[in-house]
Ligand binder design. Structure first.
Ligand code: FAD
Ligand code: NAP
Length: 338
């Protein structure tokens, strides 16, 4: 019988600090221990659910599922040529600690993704991104176990169908695949990405020379200044995705609302600032009982002691108001479980 605990409280295991009791919790540290855990979960008649650090989930009071959690934090070098190194990283590794280790080892590329909460195993799920960089640029492949067959599988980067804050793990493989390792290809020579406006301004202002370490430090400083700290103001980062809309629809919105920030995506679509839409509707700083919208960041919902329903009611109020005023749908970014 695998190591497991029953009726586990997850209040301290999600960054929104939502009260939640799960039917069971099972750690795993390899493909084999995961398969053993999955066999037990099936015999118990439970549905499995893998969680990392709970920084992108909205949990219910009662979660009638067995929570799996990866404890493998290893980093292994698989190979190296003159330009790049391939690393295999355990899904349980804290993302920011990986970014720091890579920088110390002279393995470059992840600097802009510093201080994103969560684990390596969850990073491919929404193709984490920040300051002009996305995880997808560095993924060689993702290893894990398919929950239908309980067999080990490897998905190439193409098979992961990475897109803006999206991947196959949010689509066809949603809740069907548990990642055990991610293989990353990182650069041995620095090639910094500093075009994101807030980042380039910070680098010009404070540093001048844009080394990977300078980018890392600038990103860490920007995030500490701008984003509510979940340990003091429980949150799940951006609660809504920036909508990506057909150019014709964006042009109409801009005619009506000339201040609307818009960013190019491709020939057919543009990305609209969800924060601006929410702020325009007057929600910044709005309080609804135990939940509120951050006064500093309109995309961040903060939980001061409420449960799932209070948070989702506020999210509904925001999406309905934005829809009525701008005719555009906001999509919730974290994964909501019932
Ligand atoms: P969890 O919240 O535990 O899980 C999220 C989803 O991934 C769930 O559906 C879960 O089932 C699935 N999952 C977890 N582990 C695995 C696994 N091993 N195999 C398969 N599926 C798995 N995101 C960004 O993209 N950019 C940012 O800049 C950013 N900033 C943030 C700032 C704050 C303050 C917070 C709180 C969140 C932020 N996020 C950001 C969102 C979050 O950090 C990421 O989505 C992160 O990857 C979630 O990791 P986690 O381990 O906490 O996943
Ligand atoms: P910001 O710099 O104030 O920008 C606000 C929004 O405008 C961001 O959502 C960003 O889109 C978009 N944007 C700004 N300049 C852009 C450009 N040149 N090209 C394309 N899009 C541009 O953002 P912030 O809130 O302080 O966050 C900084 C970065 O961290 C962003 O990349 C953001 O996505 C990321 N972040 C993500 C989360 C999360 O939970 N997902 C939480 C906090 C921060 P993008 O979001 O597409 O970058």
């Amino acid at each position: 019988m695998p190591e497991h605990s029953r009726n586990v409280l997850l209040h301290n295991a999600n960054t929104l600090r939502l009260p939640c009791e799960a039917a069971a919790l099972l750690p795993f540290d390899s493909t084999e221990t995961l398969q053993t855990a999955l066999k037990w979960v099936r015999e118990e008649g439970l549905e499995p659910l893998v969680l990392g650090e709970g920084s992108n989930v909205v949990l219910p009071g009662k979660l009638e599922r067995a929570v799996l959690r990866c404890c493998d934090t290893s980093i292994t070098t698989l190979g190296q040529d003159r330009a790049a190194v391939i690393l295999r990283v355990g899904a349980g590794r804290n993302w920011h600690s990986l970014v720091e280790s890579c920088l110390d080892a002279g393995h470059y590329g992840l600097e802009n993704l510093a201080l994103i909460p969560g684990t390596v195993g969850a990073a491919p799920v929404q193709n984490i991104g920040a300051y002009g960089v996305e995880l997808a640029s560095f993924v060689e492949c993702v290893h894990g176990v398919h929950l239908d067959s309980r067999q080990a599988e490897t998905l190439s980067a193409d098979a992961c169908e990475f897109a803006y804050r999206d991947s196959i793990f949010k689509g066809e493989l949603r809740d069907r695949f548990v990642t055990t390792h991610v293989d990353l290809r990182l650069l041995l020579q620095p090639n910094v990405e500093r075009s994101y406006p807030a980042l380039s301004q910070r680098l010009e202002h404070n540093v001048g020379d844009a080394t990977p370490r300078a980018v890392f430090e600038a990103v860490v400083a920007l995030r500490r200044e701008r984003l509510p700290d979940p340990t003091r103001e429980p949150n799940a980062g951006s609660f809504f995705k920036n909508p990506i809309l057909p150019r014709a629809q964006v042009a109409k919105m801009r005619d009506a609302f000339p201040g609307l920030p818009v960013y190019p995506v491709d020939d057919a679509t543009e990305k609209v600032s969800a924060a601006w839409l929410i702020d325009y509707c007057g929600f910044k700083g709005a309080e609804r009982g135990p939940v509120r919208v951050s006064a500093n960041h309109a995309l961040v919902l903060i939980n001061d002691g409420g449960a799932q329903q209070a948070l989702l009611s506020l999210a509904d109020e925001i999406t309905e108001t934005v829809k009525a005023r701008f005719g555009c749908e906001l999509e919730i970014e974290p994964r909501v479980y019932c």
